[in-house]
Write a protein that binds this ligand. Structure first.
Ligand SMILES: NC(=O)c1ccc[n+]([C@@H]2O[C@H](COP(=O)([O-])OP(=O)(O)OC[C@H]3O[C@@H](n4cnc5c(N)ncnc54)[C@H](O)[C@@H]3O)[C@@H](O)[C@H]2O)c1
Ligand SMILES: [Zn+2]
Length: 334
């Protein structure tokens, strides 16, 4: 599968194929001296597969987990790049989940005023969602993604075989973003999850999700309008994530609970519930409602007394709505 994403910075290719990880150096042009970034949780076999193609390249391995998505770890990456004489013509190759692609992309965007980078996502979440779209970030003072940039990758290489080592919980976590993509723009994608054999359609799920995101991002790269629809489930989802200090629940799981909270239509809610149960994902959590409301109030997407949320009243169609803080408060009790 090949797909092109058109952005204001460049046009880049997403390629998906079995065993692609073993052919990176043949696919990528002019990368004699790449700087590789990965994390300690990416199984050695995948890191070796990349390193063997670039025996002289340095691989900077960060500690696995969201806590590594910090300015401090980013600055260590940047220092290591300087130490290894990475120049403006060189590129970063990021091999890992969303933590690695977010921080490596951010490092690429600021190193020497911006160098090129290539994403090789290794989790469902990163393959379905975070490795495309050009949002890069680190967290600051416990606030997720508060420092970041829009910086597009030069290419995204997806090898579904690397998912075979992923834990079931992480696998499902990423799939919840695909469920979301289906709910906002692709009913057939959502319906794939309504059958027990959804795992037989994993590649179709990844491809359809990327197609949804690509179309939206091409229309609104900087999230001034339609791109906000990708945040379906994220208003409450982000609040749950912050409430639990990014510890107890994964991002996709929080988005799943956030969609359950925000949905008005009881029938759609029931269908989503059945899908989340199939994915063994939580439906709700015990976060304190007042705390959740104040987290939403403090969120950067809130202006004064209203909050922009995404609603789905028909599967495949999403819309932006303005909710008052009072409406948010009432819903938080759900
Ligand atoms: N930039 C965006 O548009 C965007 C969108 C959504 C989420 N995100 C970010 O993505 C991050 C979450 O990403 P994630 O869910 O991929 O988490 P993650 O990167 O922490 O990966 C999850 C775990 O799986 C391990 N792992 C990675 N690949 C593996 C493999 N093939 N086999 C076994 N283990 C493997 C990792 O080491 C890690 O421990 C969050 O920081 C979130 O903010 C970014
Ligand atoms: Zn998300």
């Amino acid at each position: 599968m090949k797909m092109n994403v058109r952005t204001s910075q460049n046009m880049y290719e997403i390629r998906m194929g079995h065993g692609l990880l073993y052919h990176v150096s043949e696919i990528i042009q002019d990368a004699e001296h790449p700087f590789l970034v990965s994390d300690s949780g990416v199984p050695q076999q995948w890191r070796d597969a990349l390193q063997k193609q670039y025996p002289d390249a340095h691989m900077h391995v960060i500690e696995q987990g969201e806590r590594s998505k910090s300015i401090k770890v980013c600055s260590e990456i940047l220092e290591d790049m300087l130490k290894h004489d990475v120049s403006r013509r060189d590129k970063i190759i990021a091999l890992g989940g969303g933590v690695v692609t977010d921080i490596a992309g951010f490092a690429a965007s600021i190193y020497m005023r911006g160098i090129r980078y290539i994403n090789i996502p290794t989790t469902t979440l990163a393959q379905i969602d975070s490795s495309i779209g050009g949002k890069t970030a680190v967290d600051l003072a416990g606030v997720k993604n508060s420092i970041g940039s829009f910086w597009q990758p030069e290419m995204v290489l997806i090898d579904p075989d690397v998912l075979t080592t992923l834990s079931e919980r992480h696998l499902h976590n990423g799939l919840i973003e695909a469920v979301k993509a289906g709910m906002i723009k692709d009913p057939a994608l959502f319906e794939l999850f309504e059958n027990d054999d959804y795992m037989d359609h994993l590649e179709e799920i990844i491809e359809r999700s990327l197609q949804v995101k690509k179309e939206i991002v091409e229309e609104d790269e900087k999230e001034t309008g339609v791109r906000k629809l990708l945040n379906f489930g994220h208003t409450f989802g982000h609040a749950y994530e912050s409430y639990y200090k990014l510890d107890q629940y994964y991002h996709g799981e929080c988005v799943g609970m956030g969609m359950m909270t925000i949905l008005n239509d009881e029938n759609i809610r029931k269908r989503l519930q059945a899908v989340l149960e199939r994915l063994k994902a939580p439906l709700n959590c015990a976060a304190d409602a007042d705390a959740v409301v104040s987290l939403i109030h403090n969120d950067k997407k809130t202006d004064h007394d209203t909050v922009q949320i995404v609603q789905v009243n028909e599967i495949g169609h999403a819309e932006l709505q303005k909710w008052t803080m009072k409406e948010i408060e009432e819903r938080a009790e759900r």
